[in-house]
Every structure is written in C-alpha cells, then in structure tokens.
Design a protein. Sequence first.
Length: 104
Amino acid sequence: MIITTTENIPNKNVKETLGVVRGNTIQSRHVGRDIMAGLKTIVGGEIKSYTDMISKARDEALARMTAEAEKLGADAILMVRFSTSSVMPQAAEVLAYGTAVKLE
C-alpha cells in the first residue's frame, strides 16, 4: 500500500478513485501521567509520556485507515492528513484520512 500526502504518485496513474478512507482512535490520559506532566511544566522540556501516547495514537489511526482502504481493494491512499481534537477534558482523538485509489 502506497501512502502519501501528495495528490499524485510519480510515474503512476490513478485508474479509479474509491473514496475517502479514515481511521481514528481516542486516547485518554492517565492520572499518573498528568502528575508527572505537571511537574515537568515547572522545569520545562518534552513531556515524553504524552509524546509517546500521541505517536501510538497516530500509528493506530493510520493502521485503521489502511485497513479500510485494503477492504476497498485500494493500491494507494493519496492526500493523507492527520487531525486531532479534544473530545473531553481527559481524552483526545487522532484521525487519519485520505483518498483511496486504484492505480494502473
């Protein structure tokens, strides 16, 4: 599966557009992480536990989007984008979306 943020792939032609595919996940924060993050804001620097959490959420959203495209028989996903949003005070959604296509 070719996954790209561009609208085309060099030396490849789109034969058929299959539609928008997406994958999402919602991750909640852990109280222990919040306490450590609060302490980290005092001294500054990266809050590694949150970085890891969001990275894993992006990977999961991408995997779910790819699985949806594979069900459609896609060869590639074009114009891939990520979006994040807060769904409640202690949880965030990560969404991956793009256009599934068949290539010649």
